[in-house]
Design a protein around this ligand. Sequence first.
Ligand SMILES: Nc1ncnc2c1ncn2[C@@H]1O[C@H](COP(=O)(O)OP(=O)(O)OP(=O)(O)O)[C@@H](O)[C@H]1O
Ligand SMILES: [Mg+2]
Length: 367
Amino acid sequence: MSSNRYIGLMSGTSLDSIDAVLVEFEPKFQLLCTHNHPLPENLRQEILALTQPGDNEIERWAALDLSLADLFAEASLALLAKASVPTHKITAIGSHGQTLRHLPQLGTSLQAGDPNRLAEQTGIAVVADFRRRDLAAQGQGAPLVPAFHQALFHALNEDRVVINIGGMANLTWLPKDLTHTVIGFDTGPGNVLLDAWIQHQRQLKFDANGAWAASGQVQSRLLQQLLSHPYFQRQGPRSTGREVFHLQALLDELEAFSAPIRAEDVQATLTEFTALSIHQALQPLASQAYGVYLCGGGSHNTYLKQRLNFWLQQPIQTTAALGLDPDWVEACAFAWLAERRIQHLSGNLPSVTGAKGPRCLGGIYSA
Ligand SMILES: Nc1ncnc2c1ncn2[C@@H]1O[C@H](COP(=O)(O)OP(=O)(O)OP(=O)(O)O)[C@@H](O)[C@H]1O
Ligand SMILES: [Mg+2]
């Protein structure tokens, strides 16, 4: 017998690790246990390689699909061991999978981590492949977290924006007036270029607290060049990924810039790029005063938060102020989406993804 507890698994574009959460929804939403599972370096490299065109992709994808399923099973079982909860108490695992390509212009999105194998190895039902039904209904298939943000963070006394700064950054605008529409979209890169540049220059995984960026100067001409990317001219439902914003694209931009620039100035400019693209995306939506709540790894970047505060002119908090630790919001969202699927309820917001209507998202792979 299951007891309305769900596992959420998220492995995002940053390729930092796998986030695993144990949650329950009745009588109210509660985060019961969390576990951060390491992503071995060989798998990280293979994922990175497969996000770009290359040789023998189908067989390499198949091998990765299985290895990631094994890792997701390990992460789920480690979480349950930590929580001292037996597998039969879990209704389902909501597994996002590792995105290898997000191609809304073609109507598809590819995530690896075979849900059949994950169900077989854990003995727990799995809900996966969340994005493609929305894409089939002419949506972007992303972002999917806004429906969860709405369910958890909407307030009648305050307009709110929830900004998730992962590899990409996405926002959810939650108007206090329930007759107004919830809006959400990817604003562009979050940490992905910051990580790519510091890895390329200094072999560090990320710019801790934005200290390196803070030591540089923003190069405004480079900033304008980055902001002239066609993605920032788009309106309405939009989503993006590593296919568009990645190290090689940044190196090409720097070559086109054709002036000497210090490495730390590039880092400062990339941080400004993330902050300013979020600000510009918010401008048409925001009222005079609104609450800003960050989540995702970028919420730990002190310098990025300062720059956001400068542009938004609003106090910046994290979702911790709303009762949910910012590091686990995305994984909780996929547990929530799994619950919606099991209950035969819709998981997308058509006003966000652009889909023709609400849809039940994901396939169920029985225990
Ligand atoms: N102390 C810190 N200072 C600066 N940046 C940090 C810090 N801690 C984490 N980060 C950034 O957060 C990133 C990880 O964020 P997160 O796990 O939310 O992204 P993700 O895995 O891409 O998720 P998703 O794609 O689902 O949003 C790291 O790669 C790093 O750039
Ligand atoms: Mg992550």
